[in-house]
Ligand binder design. Structure first.
Ligand code: ASP
Length: 323
């Protein structure tokens, strides 16, 4: 039987009460959902018991360290996590454990395990089963679908179908059979870099965004994710946002451009995106907000030279830019 390690970090799955709070019973996941023991030789550890809105770089590093230390001892890993920031943690682990080569499957629930009509039981069982498969990916398993972690996003706080992966198909549909559709092949090298910078800000382009607003939001920041319109445009004619970008870039801040539409950022098509490129902004391709924030924090912490960091941010490493 395959050995699977479950790391419980918190979230709705293990919460009780009205005003849901984390509960210690999560330690006994194997007892609460005995079916998982039929699928794998399971060990469960509670490493945190937090609402996922309180999880960030320190916890990503902690989880990555545990996964690294246990890599040879288990065939797969399940991380029980709140849905709110699950896609950020999945992205962060994708970059921290590049080429890990074994399944790391994040799951959680929209309704706690101890409530009737819970989705927790199914999600947990599905995640454990996926963790026994040949899947060299960090993935999110939720409501019968498996998503690439660095492409997933939480799209609903009320439906059981909480996640989607814009611009790319799910890795698998979990029906009568689990058919892995387009998973990646194993990377040759395993690169373990578990640390992240702390200070990346997000600036959203709106019709009223100005250079001044951009400068105020990005003061002393190590990096900025600029969420542009369309293919990578921001207000330039009146807003002069490109001037503010140039000023920050000259101070050593990385400005990574993603889009609030579907599709891929391309800083060549429109004059207003060309001006951003000229100002030193970096095209973030197809990355969503979660992958962009995690990758920028990771790049800033681990790659010293700007030219290498730009290449790192723009290369597709774990499917963050691909179909
Ligand atoms: N607020 C919860 C969390 O992210 C929501 C959930 O788990 O679904 O921890």
């Amino acid at each position: 039987m395959q050995k699977v390690l479950i790391l419980h970090t918190g979230g709705t799955l293990g919460m009780t009460g009205t005003a849901l709070v984390a509960d210690a019973y999560a330690a006994e996941l194997g007892e609460a959902v005995p079916q998982i023991k039929e699928l794998a030789d399971v060990e469960a550890r509670v490493i945190a018991n937090l609402d996922s809105s309180d999880l960030g770089p320190p916890e990503w590093t902690r989880i990555a360290n545990i996964l690294h230390a246990e890599r040879d001892n288990f065939s797969g890993f399940v991380i029980v996590h709140g849905t709110d920031t699950m896609a950020y943690t999945a992205s962060a682990l994708s970059f921290a454990l590049l080429g890990f080569g074994k399944p790391i499957v994040l799951t959680g629930a929209q309704r706690p395990l101890l409530r009737t009509r819970t989705d927790a039981r199914r999600n947990l069982i599905d995640a454990v089963e996926v963790a026994t498969m040949n899947l060299p990916e960090v993935a999110i398993c939720f409501d019968g679908l498996l998503f690439r972690g660095c492409r997933a996003t939480k799209e609903s706080a009320v439906d059981y179908r909480a996640f989607s992966s814009p611009g790319t198909r799910p890795l698998a549909r979990l029906g009568v059979e689990i058919l892995l559709e387009h998973t990646k092949s194993k990377l040759e090298d395993y690169i373990f870099l578990p640390n992240f910078a702390r200070d990346v800000r997000v600036v959203m382009a709106t019709p009223v965004l100005t250079a001044d607003q951009f400068l105020r939001t990005s003061e002393n920041a190590q990096g900025v994710v600029l969420v542009s319109f369309g293919l990578g445009t921001v207000p330039c004619l009146k807003g002069k946002v490109h001037h503010a970008v140039a000023e920050r870039v000259s101070q050593g801040c990385d400005v990574l451009v993603i889009t609030q539409s579907s599709g891929e950022v391309d800083l060549k098509t429109y004059e207003n995106s060309r001006l951003l490129a000229e100002a030193g902004a970096i095209a973030g391709g197809k990355m969503g907000l979660e992958a962009a924030v995690a990758k920028l924090l990771h790049g800033i912490e681990n790659i010293e030279k700007r030219v290498d960091r730009i290449a790192y941010l723009q290369n597709d490493l774990v499917g963050e830019h691909n179909k």
